[in-house]
Design a protein around this ligand. Sequence first.
Ligand SMILES: Nc1ncnc2c1ncn2[C@@H]1O[C@H](COP(=O)(O)OP(=O)(O)OP(=O)(O)O)[C@@H](O)[C@H]1O
Ligand SMILES: [Mg+2]
Length: 456
Amino acid sequence: MPEQREAHEAILDRLNRRLRTLCQCTSTCFQAESEQELLQSICETLVTGGEVRLAWIGYCEDDAEKTVRPVAQAGSGLDYLERVKTSWGEMETGQGPAGIAARTGKACWIDDIRTDPRFSPWRVAALARGYASCIAVPLIAHRKQRGAVDLRGTLNLYSAECNAFDESAIEHYTGLATAVAYAVTALRGHLAEDLAYGVTALRARAERKQAEEALHQAREELAHVTRVTTLGELAASIAHEVNQPLAAIIADANACLHWLEADRPDLDSVREALAAVVKDGDRAAEVITRIRALLSRSSVAHRPCDLAGVIRDVLLLVGPELGRHGTALQTSLATDLPPVMGDRVQLQQVLLNLLLNAAEAVRNVPPERRRLVVRSTLEQRDDGSWAVVAVEDAGVGFREEQTPRLFEAFYTTKPGGLGMGLSISRSIMDRHRGRLWATANPGHGATFHLALPGMR
Ligand SMILES: Nc1ncnc2c1ncn2[C@@H]1O[C@H](COP(=O)(O)OP(=O)(O)OP(=O)(O)O)[C@@H](O)[C@H]1O
Ligand SMILES: [Mg+2]
């Protein structure tokens, strides 16, 4: 009787340990974050459980030798797996428990490694490492649709005792392997979902980037076209500006010729006239250079910019146009403007738009109101120094309720207007981290302000 009790206790003890191991394996199945981590933890838990000396998991490969490739292992005598070859094909190395389990989908075990002929290819190596019996259970998962095999492998356990794997053990480990196979496919499924999500996100990002680039390009194109049309509107004034120095050059050159024909040429006058020719030539060239810059389609490059220089260039371009319409231009320019980061041509374009709008706003008002003031100031704010340029006019102005619409694309109150000037200007300012806004003057007209952060 006491012997029986001892035997029962031993069984109970073994079942208890199995149960604990099984619980640990199940929690690994839920917690593992990668397939490799899952397989490795299962092997380690099984070995720690004390019932097996070596545990390894092999995946079946579709190579010529139908290799069962070990992917995780734990226990003692790990070099065993480096020494032996296991296959799931019909050849000799495929007739062991691992090969049979993988091929047939059924558990296969060896009660005594010393005597079972099926184990002869591995016998010496196994006995040398103290393995006496073993079991292989299939690790197979079928895809839900069409029943295709998603995963084919085996879980292999080796014990130091003969006959270690009885019926209950076979059932137990087969069940465990099924759970592990599910966990693997679940992890792979998540991985696939993650990948699919990642790919979609990447694609969306690429598409958005493409759209942004197209928009950016369209904007640049538009900015360029409007610049060209604006300059077209200025053509008469520009031609005049270039013609003036050219006419002076011709007059001076003629005078020189005249002086040189004399018996005693007045060389001082010739020298003076030639100096004037050079100066006028430079002036004409400068106008042309400025126009060419504005007409250029060169890519936008933000570099340190001298805003005072930008204002000066634009005033030189629109000055003659204002003069033609009897508009007075007054300036009040700060001498201490900090350099700003920006694209010179685009900043010129913004200022040009503001000045042309102002010029148009005063075109049909009484002569005494046909005046513009361009003011530049340096403002110290909490976030550093800002260069502010204001273009003030005493023209038609705008009504309070128009304010939010002024910067909208295609908003115009002019018969021939496009309504793009301010919208383009604002997008240029946005890209310069600057601001552009309008205020109605207390008396007549409007003031448009642009602010750019000074370089730090
Ligand atoms: N200085 C100003 N005084 C009064 N209203 C102005 C002034 N500047 C702009 N506006 C108003 O804002 C509108 C939009 O100006 P915006 O420069 O965007 O277009 P536009 O001048 O009408 O046409 P374009 O595209 O040729 O410049 C103008 O039609 C006008 O009603
Ligand atoms: Mg305009």
